[in-house]
Design a protein around this ligand. Structure first.
Ligand code: ADP
Ligand code: MG
Length: 162
């Protein structure tokens, strides 16, 4: 299914609405270029889960754990080069008791679970959207394509669409 986030607040609201449908063991993988709004989505998800701590991009530390019930594990896989790097994070040990959300995980962290919510975020391009890096920060629509692999995530997508 597709959703449009008109601005950053809208993106947070979408993240928050999805938080209502996830539980310990859920895995969400976010794709999309730098500035697409992946971390902004996670801010809304975290708000909806009521976890502690401000959500920032974990690019340099790779992973943040926000305590809550369940915990939110927020990973940026951008710097992970291979499956050994992924293994070293030991995400499979926290997966069952946490909600795990991974930026840039495609092709790297898919093996963590057969049941994943995969969200691809694209930023519209066009004459009025600007092409300079700083323009990325301006509010402009993002399109989210949401796909579930596995029974639980497919059911989640159905609920979002209804
Ligand atoms: N529709 C939108 N959805 C999400 N973020 C948006 C939107 N419009 C503008 N923005 C801005 O774009 C930036 C997205 O940054 P961020 O969420 O860190 O991206 P990423 O994690 O994908 O690199 C933020 O500054 C946010 O305010
Ligand atoms: Mg980010």
């Amino acid at each position: 299914m597709e959703l449009v986030a008109r601005d950053a607040d809208d993106m947070r609201a979408i993240g928050k609405s999805i938080a209502a449908h996830v539980e310990a063991g859920s895995l969400i993988m976010l794709s999309g270029p730098l500035g697409a709004g992946k971390t902004t989505f996670v801010q809304g998800l975290a708000d909806g889960l009521g976890v502690t701590g401000r959500v920032t991009s974990p690019t340099f530390v790779i992973s943040h754990v926000h305590r809550g019930n369940p915990d939110l594990v927020h990973v940026d896989a951008y710097r992970l080069e291979n499956l050994d790097d992924v293994d070293a994070l030991d995400l499979d040990t926290s997966l069952d008791e946490s909600v795990t959300v991974i930026e840039w995980g495609k092709g790297k962290t898919d093996g963590l679970s057969d049941d994943r919510l995969e969200i691809d975020i694209v930023r519209s391009t066009g004459a009025d959207t600007g092409e300079e890096p700083e323009d990325l920060l301006d509010d402009s629509p993002r399109t989210l394509t949401i796909r579930g692999t596995g029974v639980k995530s497919r059911a989640l997508v159905e609920k979002l669409g209804s």
